[in-house]
Design a protein around this ligand. Sequence first.
Ligand code: ATP
Ligand code: MG
Length: 388
Amino acid sequence: MLYLIRYGEIGLKGKNRRFFENTLTANIQRALRGIPGYRVWQSHTRNYVEVPDTSSREAEERLRQVFGIVSVSPVVKVPLNLEAIKAAALQEFAGIVRPGLSFKVNTRRANKRFPLPSQEVSAAVGAHLLHNLPGLSVDVHAPQEVLDIEIREEEAYLYTKRIPGPGGLPVGVAGKGLLLLSGGIDSPVAGWMALKRGVTLEALHFHSYPFTSERSREKVIDLCRRLAVYGGRIMLHVAHFTDIQTELRLKTPERLTVTLMRRMMLRVAEQLAARRKALALFTGESLGQVASQTMESINVIERVTTIPILRPLIGLDKQEITELSRRIETYSISIRPYEDCCTIFLPDYPATRPRLADVEAAETALDIPALVAGCLAKTEVLEIRDDR
Ligand code: ATP
Ligand code: MG
């Protein structure tokens, strides 16, 4: 089966276009890895994919997940002459015809050396279908089926189907970001949204072994594996947060724990981002969900960093986030019931409106540079691949 791949926003990016197209081609290639005998190539600002017919369903499924693809059409390739085009059109339509079906033919002639203008090709092919398939009618305004014909340099392409892709930009064109990945529902969705805008992702997870289990770590690895389906390989940094949490518990007021913990996470994340050459942090925060996500909290927490913090979910409701997480298949992993480091020491009454002065006063009890350095020193890095 031969497919024509359409991309959207790439076309708008002027002289970066080449880079975008090559990145998309490489990503398509990676997504199809494992399908026997697949081929991917570019020609005249298009991407084509060819796979054995027995793998077409699998290939379509995978192409639906490659960011940058607007739609995919299974196409029939025919020699550049009207008789061949008519015959192929008839064969294509014979498979989908039903009583009362309305259609139109839409021809584009990129190859101006082809002797017939587009309109005439459409008219001739339309007439051929009407003549041979009883029950068809033409409707140019609201047809039920459209037969597209593209006349290109060496051959013509026919198609009737457009399978929607995920849109967005090819992963790899937007620079690197560092995702703060918990085991919850939100942050994997935030990561998916970053990938959708072409960001190359690395992930950072804080765990509090032995307070959190090996299982909660595996959960995060599985989330990364799922994200890798959309983004290719993901480097996962697993940071040891236990010492910091213990210190906070010993030396700072309990109602500020959440704020102080988040500030420590951001400090560690910012340094890791610098090492890994990531240009922004991504989190799964939305507004107003929990104590640490009021505007006041966000304000006080974010003051510890200068690196931009992007929050792709900021305007979404929990329900919208949950729907997305089901769609991208992180939900079933996220709901596994293991403790997160942020839930284990949660105070009964966390401050929803922490004051910066109080927070800074509490932090004077801590040797922050040493805590950050200690945490980074105990951070391990894992390479997580899409292992389909
Ligand atoms: P999530 O569903 O992503 O866990 P949440 O609604 O539980 O989000 P919080 O617990 O307030 O919200 O966490 C806010 C954000 O902080 C998370 O979305 C994530 O980006 C980051 N975060 C929280 N816990 C961790 C962790 N253990 N490791 C790394 N990042 C974390
Ligand atoms: Mg959480």
